[in-house]
Design a protein around this ligand. Structure first.
Ligand code: ADP
Ligand code: MG
Length: 411
């Protein structure tokens, strides 16, 4: 079925065409009719399969029609997300899909001055895409009115319902009308979280799950290489220098590690940027923008960028450090291979990280392909680096030469 055959407003149909969306993806095909009917929904589908539009299209369609009779701008949809960049990105999708519909969307998040956000709220907003913190601040100051919310969306739902956020979510729900629609979207879910979700809505939510067995997108080729912690930078350097035209997203465990890896790349004249929670929001937004346009080819990130970020042409995801949480493996590598594009991911696993690898394999339900690094290949990578201490390198070379001579003599 084509989008043009759906009963959406002409503006939405036109915007879909402009965006190059001809047919719904599987998750869109399955969830849109249920959302239109007003059902609660738990929708699970792999990364990069168009979950954003799956909820954005029916929400805009509903609000645009509603506004024909009632022109007031009140918040009718609240989309809650875990990170600021995701709020920006999803608001952007709403704005594109909602062009010409008069449905106004605002991204609301912390780390920036609230004045301009307040101005926008006062001028009237129909859809609020937000991280919990800033929304509470402005709700307490009575700039955010949730009395008329018709649809609540939790994107990255399993994460939003996890320990760190659940109190906030319960609090939000308490501030909203009882009669409303709740939509949960994610690429991953577990039993415990599923139960929390159902308990929150106390109704028979429809469950839609696409490809439940393997949470990793079909478009991603992913493998693991066993590399010593101290050698990882040489392998990253080589990977980057052998793929100079490629856009590469590198995940590390901590903010400090992100800066350290960047410094190591600086030393070997690889231009990169970092994004993590210790950076000013302005810098975060700017870096993300430059990575989007390709002005920056190498981005070193913490898990703050693991979920939801949709940059179409990320060629490679590198897990420089293994993720601490198995779910995040799926989300991190899911930053590549989006839509119809293919992507590659490789994880650098040190000996001490092998238990994490085991957890990931249990989570994805199968072993991850191992990249066999022959001893000479490993050596070559370290030699390849501009950062290797030359004298050590020479020494190693000499030792090898001696080894060879000894072997030859023995023969
Ligand atoms: P998810 O939330 O499932 O990870 P997104 O909503 O970020 O995925 O969408 C992934 C990509 O697919 C986006 O770049 C989006 O523009 C594109 N996309 C979404 N729906 C369609 C469609 N029906 N046809 C073509 N491309 C689409
Ligand atoms: Mg998403």
């Amino acid at each position: 079925m084509k989008f043009s055959e759906y009963n959406f407003t002409p503006e939405i149909i036109k915007n879909l065409e402009m965006m190059g969306f001809k047919k719904p993806t599987d998750i869109q095909y399955k969830s849109i009719p249920a959302i239109v009917k007003g059902e609660d929904l738990l929708a699970i589908a792999q990364t990069g399969t168009g979950k954003t539009a799956a909820f954005a299209i029916p929400i805009i369609n509903y609000i645009q029609r509603k506004k024909k009779n009632n022109k007031e701008n009140v918040i009718r949809a609240l989309v809650m997300v875990p990170t600021r960049e995701l709020a920006q990105q999803i608001a952007e999708v709403f704005n594109k899909l909602g062009k010409g519909t008069k449905v106004k969307t605002l991204a609301l998040y912390g780390g920036v001055e609230q004045e301009s956000q307040i101005d926008r709220l006062l001028s009237g907003v129909d859809v609020l895409v937000t991280t919990p913190g800033r929304m509470f601040d402005l709700h307490n100051q009575e700039y955010v009115n949730l009395d008329k919310v018709n649809t609540l969306v939790l994107d990255e739902a399993d994460h939003m319902l996890d320990l760190g956020f659940i109190k906030d979510i319960e609090d939000v729900i308490a501030r909203m009308p009882k009669m409303k629609q709740t939509l949960f979207f994610s690429a991953t879910i577990n039993k415990k979280i599923k139960k929390i979700a159902y308990d929150l809505i106390r109704s028979n939510a429809i469950r839609i799950q696409i490809a439940p067995k393997d949470p990793v997108s079909r478009n991603i080729k992913h493998s693991v290489a066993f590399i010593k912690m101290d050698d990882k930078r040489f392998f990253l350097e080589r990977l980057i220098k052998e793929n100079t035209d490629k856009k590469i997203l590198v995940f590390v465990r901590t903010k400090v590690r992100a800066e350290r890896v960047k410094k190591a790349m600086d030393r070997v004249e690889v231009v990169s940027e970092t994004i993590h929670g210790d950076k000013e929001q302005k810098a975060r937004t700017s870096v993300m923008g430059k990575f989007r346009t390709g002005e920056i080819k190498i981005l070193i990130a913490t898990d703050v960028s693991a979920r939801g970020i949709d940059i179409a042409n990320v060629d490679y995801v590198v897990n420089y450090d293994m993720p601490d949480v198995a779910e995040n493996y799926v989300h991190r590598i899911g930053r590549t291979g989006r839509g119809r594009l293919k992507g590659d991911a490789v994880s650098f696993c040190a000996k001490e990280e092998k238990p994490l690898l085991k957890e990931i394999e249990d989570f994805v339900g199968k072993p991850i392909k191992v990249l066999e690094l022959q001893q000479n290949e490993y050596r070559k990578t370290i030699d390849f680096s501009e950062d290797t201490n030359l004298s050590i390198k020479e020494l190693m070379g000499q030792i090898e030469d001696i080894d060879k001579k000894v072997k030859r003599k023995k023969k």
